[in-house]
Ligand binder design. Structure first.
Ligand code: BDR
Ligand code: CA
Length: 311
């Protein structure tokens, strides 16, 4: 199994990303770190504890990280994920605790202590990861690769040009994309193919477990906001796509490309500019996701939730 750490801001799709990582035998989840994004870091950390509690995930350390982006003000996505950041289901009182140390320290400790290089899977603004690479540059060699959910080869969602995770902290994203660490970007152009249709919901309900029911309720809430805000018929489950890419690279087809993060544009700040056709003549700095095996993806996600729910 590939050792990974998820850096997240749960968040409905982050919650499923954690479950996929904990429930699929293809990866070993070493830690969960949290950051401000979809909600404040206090709320995203509480939500990570809630998810681990309801999914029976124990022995995976959780640590809270940065409370705001490197430079700009935090603007949460309560319009998408609700006041709690994880609106919809009722969660039991969390029994899984968070560590006292900062996420960046936990990342550093796990990366340096693990016998083999570890894959980082950021599914949130890249503040913690940028801080890690800036404070501990020597740790880059301990990172096998960074497989992130963020950006797009096409249009954005937070603004017409920019995707939420990148737009929330463009300076952090810029540091990560220019770090030289092997990088894979799973953007909206593929995650918008991971649609939670009524058939998918029925599969979660059909598991007949509390966890399956919780997932169906999460997706029902997510569906309502995606319908209201963007007119989506079915909501896209972004973050688990990055985990799926690590589990089985064949599920997410990628091409090499040069990617720059726009920091200045009046209307385009936070956009990922992806040179798919090599017009700039610059060496590629990322693998960019361009295709998703949606059926294979859902089999893995439902399979993981089934395994966790039985335990
Ligand atoms: C990303 O933004 C967040 O709201 C989701 O959790 C996902 O990580 C999609 O743009
Ligand atoms: Ca997220």
């Amino acid at each position: 199994a590939v050792p990974i750490i998820i850096d997240c801001d749960p968040g409905h799709d982050d919650a499923l990303a954690i479950m996929l990582a904990a429930g699929d035998p293809g990866v070993e989840l070493l830690a969960v770190t949290t950051v401000a994004g979809n909600q404040t870091v206090e709320k995203t950390t509480l939500n990570a504890r809630r998810v681990c509690t309801v999914a029976g995930i124990s022995g995976v350390p959780i640590a809270a990280g940065c409370a705001k982006p490197l430079i700009q003000r935090l603007r949460v996505a309560d319009d998408v994920h609700g006041v709690s950041g994880l609106d919809g289901p009722r969660f039991p009182e969390p029994t899984v605790e968070a560590e006292a140390e900062h996420a960046v320290e936990l990342l550093h400790r796990v990366l340096t202590g693990h016998p083999e290089p570890v894959t980082l899977v950021p599914t949130a603004p890249l503040t913690n990861i940028a801080l890690l690479l800036t404070r501990y540059p020597e740790v880059a060699g301990r990172i096998r690769e960074i497989v992130l959910m963020g950006g797009s080869t096409e249009r954005g969602n937070r603004t017409p040009a920019a995707e939420f995770n990148i737009q929330c902290d463009p300076e952090a994203a810029d540091i990560v994309f220019r770090s030289g660490v092997p990088l894979t970007m799973c953007g909206l152009n593929v995650t918008h193919q991971a649609l939670a249709t009524p058939e998918v919901l029925a599969r979660f309900e059909g598991l007949g477990t509390v966890l399956g029911q919780t997932c169906a309720e999460l997706l029902t809430f997510f569906a309502s906001t995606y319908r209201r805000l963007w007119g989506f018929e079915h909501p896209p489950l972004h973050d688990p796509v990055a985990v799926a890419r690590v589990i089985d690279p064949g599920l997410v087809r990628c091409v090499d490309a040069y990617v720059a993060v726009e920091l200045k544009g009046e209307h385009t700040r936070g956009a990922t500019v992806v040179d798919l056709h090599g017009t700039l003549g610059r060496p590629s700095n990322a693998k960019v996701a361009v295709g998703l095996d949606a059926d294979g993806f859902w089999d893995r996600v439902v399979g993981a939730v089934e395994r966790l729910g039985r335990a």
